[in-house]
Write a protein that binds this ligand. Structure first.
Ligand code: GDP
Length: 323
């Protein structure tokens, strides 16, 4: 990709030009050194313009209805005048690029909605992982005027913790009639949720969905209170039939009112920013250490000494660090 000067990207983002926004995100996602340098300049420029959105994480196992929900929810949000961006963290994309959002049949309406911006997932083999890229992509989308950022992830791996650490509100989609094991949802993920939506709650499925709502509500009671003091909601929806969608937004709005009043919202954002700083710093420290002069040879030698039982692993690490 041939790059242009910094002002091309920054002016384009400020002018809400989605083509230039996409080009900038591609730079952010690139692992090429020169792209990275430019990307960081773009991000620095955008930082003061970012932060004014609501960041919502959405997770749930494949097939639960995430993209159908985002299509309905996103369409509702643009209908009440919001500009939304949809991003995805896809832990599987290293093998098959963009498998969450790459499928063109997903989110047909949103894809042509001028108030919605959909960005398929970054693949993750870059410094700092997929999380860093998505985090920085959020900042660019905010600078481009998107007011609600939906970050989707498949609720089966590590990635929901990453999404949790970059969003304000965490939404878990479930379906009735499948046990937790079947749905592959770990207890830890339920614990992170600010709301659980039981999707496909329609027709013959409605009774089962209501039953599931009671069960999940009871289960949530057993978890320790959240630092936000927010009591997670469990509600029903049908993404396909467009029911429970406005109610989902109402829940998020009351969450915002509550956490902005108590100051938790701001505090949580600050903590997330601090955590990201240390995460990146740790990453940089490790990278520059392992890229250091002669370190590979030194490590090989001392590793052999450890394996020969000549020195202990702990002692060896102290020697390498010069302590
Ligand atoms: P994802 O893998 O979590 O993104 O799930 P999808 O949105 O691709 O949905 C998986 C399947 O469930 C598709 O065939 C959808 O049409 C269907 N689906 C999604 N939401 C609903 C719903 O509310 N009711 C019904 N009956 N089917 C749904």
């Amino acid at each position: 990709m041939k790059t242009k000067e910094l002002s091309y990207y920054t002016n384009g983002i400020e002018a809400k030009n989605t083509v230039i926004l996409s080009q900038s995100i591609t730079l952010v996602e690139s692992s090429k050194k020169e792209h990275q340098v430019l990307a960081q300049q773009i991000i620095n420029h955008c930082l003061p313009l970012s932060g004014n959105s609501i960041r919502i994480g959405i997770t749930g196992v494949p097939g639960v209805g995430k993209s159908t929900f985002i299509e309905a929810f996103g369409t509702f949000l643009t209908g009440i005048g919001k500009k939304i961006a949809v991003l995805a963290i896809d832990p599987t994309s290293q093998q098959s690029r963009g498998s969450i959002l790459g499928d063109k049949t997903r989110m047909d309406n949103l894809a042509v909605n001028p108030d919605a911006y959909i960005r398929p997932s970054a693949s993750g083999k870059t410094l700092g992982g997929v999380g860093q890229k998505t985090h920085e992509t959020i900042l660019l989308c905010e600078a481009a005027g998107y007011e609600i950022i939906l970050v989707e992830t498949v609720g089966v791996g590590q990635s929901e913790t990453e999404v949790f650490s970059m969003t304000d509100f965490f939404l878990l989609l479930m379906i009735a009639g499948a046990g937790d094991e079947l749905q592959g949802i770990k207890r830890g993920i339920m614990e992170m949720a600010d709301a659980i939506l039981i999707n496909k709650a329609e027709g013959d499925n409605l009774i089962k969905a209501k039953q599931a709502r009671r069960e999940y509500a009871n289960a949530l009671h057993l978890f320790p209170a959240k630092e936000s003091d927010w009591i997670p909601h469990v509600e029903l929806c049908s993404a396909l039939q467009n029911t429970g969608i406005e109610e989902a937004w109402n829940i998020i709005e009351s969450y915002l009112v509550k956490t902005k009043t108590t100051g938790y919202f701001e505090k949580n954002r600050k903590r997330q920013t601090k955590d990201w700083f240390y995460k990146f710093l740790n990453h940089q420290v490790l990278t520059s250490f392992y890229e250091g002069n002669g370190i590979t040879e030194q490590l090989k030698e001392i590793e052999q000494q450890v394996l020969n039982g000549e020195i202990s692993p702990f002692e060896a690490s102290r020697i390498v660090m010069g302590n």
